[in-house]
Design a protein around this ligand. Structure first.
Ligand code: IMP
Length: 431
């Protein structure tokens, strides 16, 4: 460190929560910079499992300050619930170990309604397959300059003006969906009720981070979702509404590039996706079923079964390039234990042409044919292994070839959900 960014290299759910939790042991501050309660981080500590959605993973480490940056969209009700839940389980959450950027925007009930109007009640019929948590509509209001922001909750008059403007806009849209009007008075009242629970945490986060970095404090920037859900670089339009790549960490928290020492990417040893959209290496067969069963590939927040497939090294290489990743952490290697053979996508064919990258057009993304390299599987389990020398030689060959294909060192390998089941593999960050 002092500034280290951690991003997902696939479609989210790469296991970033465990990696950030592990790195948070040596971090003073952990910052989330984008997304909202659509993110789900599962962390296993001993016999206990924690699922976080808005709170940064660092909140579980004693001595670490957890921060929600300005790029995060905050659902006040969900955040209050999450804080209460952690307190009930014996964790301290107060204004010495948690803070919220005063310029972050809020997710309101009206945003969730709009998400549901657009997507329909059944995910299988929906267009994008969102989490229905109002994330897209909240970001629309942010760039539309009509969002309610955290700082507005401290000023009832200003809040009144902003809420009235937002409600006027939403009621026009709601009429198009035959939705009932919402009342500004009730939205205003709810926000004033939430205010005393959240305002004690509110700070100019950019200033706190600047001072902390100047004091040589170590800051970990925790990405949510993954590169191919990025609103610009992802499989648009089947993406989330924020920027999930490393550049977003600067804007979404208020620091400059000179404060960043390294960028770390996280990917699974295979590939998964929830929601709709192209997935070149998807396995709609017994292989996909086995990956889902063994990897327990069920959405953390929405409980939707995840789509599963072979690792796509073309996409991971592209994700590393876009975020300037210098070290990759591969998670869930143990899920591949016992497969007879494994495949990794090393290129695509599209209309008779070879492609070394994922094209931008959604039609082309749906039509690319993956070209696979095949590897022998291993019988000796990797689950719980903590030393490179104890890995089966086939597992090492698999990882060594992935390093070549993605053009980036695999620095860490995770071999189980347990906090300390991590192997140092090659040199590079995180170190
Ligand atoms: P939204 O973020 O709820 O608007 O959903 C847009 C797309 O991003 C959908 O395909 C979701 O399934 C996906 N998505 C959003 N958050 C996550 C996440 O944390 N993990 C995996 N997929 C996600």
């Amino acid at each position: 460190m002092p500034g280290m960014i951690v991003v997902g290299l696939q479609w989210g759910d790469e296991g970033k929560g465990k990696v950030v939790d592990w790195l948070a042991e040596s971090a003073d501050i952990v910052v989330r910079f984008q997304g909202g309660q659509n993110a789900g981080h599962t962390i296993v500590v001993g016999d206990e499992t924690f699922t976080l959605s808005l709170l940064p993973s660092g909140i579980l480490r004693h001595g670490t300050v957890a921060v929600l940056g300005s790029g995060v969209v905050i659902d006040p009700e969900s955040l209050i619930h999450e804080i209460r839940h952690l307190r009930d389980r014996g964790f301290r959450v107060d204004n010495t170990n948690f803070m919220i950027a005063e310029n972050a925007s809020l997710v309101l009930g009206a945003h969730k309604h709009l998400d549901i109007f657009r997507e329909g009640p059944s995910d299988s019929k929906s267009e994008i397959g969102t989490t229905l948590m109002g994330i897209g509509p909240a970001y629309e209001d942010k760039v539309g300059r009509r969002a309610v922001r955290v700082c507005d909750m401290a000023n009832p008059d200003r809040l009144d003006t902003v809420v009235k403007g937002l409600v006027r806009h939403h009621n026009k849209i709601r009429q198009g969906y035959n939705g009932l009007d919402i009342q500004a008075k009730s939205v205003h009242g709810d926000l004033l009720d939430y205010a005393p629970h959240l305002l004690p945490f509110v700070r100019p986060v950019w200033k706190f981070l600047r001072e902390s970095l100047h004091q040589n404090k170590t800051v970990l920037f925790e990405g949510a979702q993954g590169t191919f859900l990025d609103v610009e670089h992802g499989t648009y339009p089947y993406v989330t509404s924020s920027s999930t790549v490393s550049g977003s960490a600067l804007c979404g928290s208020g620091v400059g590039p000179k404060d960043i020492e390294s960028v770390v990417g996280v990917c699974k040893a295979y590939q998964t996706r929830v929601g709709n959209g192209p997935f070149p290496t998807e396995q709609l067969n017994s292989t996909g079923g086995k990956l889902r069963r063994v990897g327990v590939e069920i959405g953390t927040i929405t409980s939707r079964p995840r789509r599963c497939g072979w690792l796509d090294a073309v996409m991971v290489r592209q994700a590393c390039a876009i975020s300037g990743v210098e070290g990759v952490v591969i998670t869930k290697l143990d899920v591949l234990d016992g497969f007879d053979e494994l495949k990794v996508c090393s290129g695509y064919r599209l209309m008779g042409q070879y492609l070394d990258h994922l094209p931008s057009c959604t039609d082309a993304q749906s039509k690319v044919v993956p070209l696979y390299e095949t590897f022998p599987g291993w019988t000796q389990p990797t689950a719980g292994v903590r030393k490179k020398s104890n890995l089966p030689k086939e597992a090492r060959a698999y990882i060594d070839r992935i390093e070549e294909l993605i053009e980036c060192p695999v620095t860490l390998l995770s071999t189980s959900p347990e906090r300390n089941d991590i192997i140092r593999y090659s040199d590079g960050p995180p170190s």
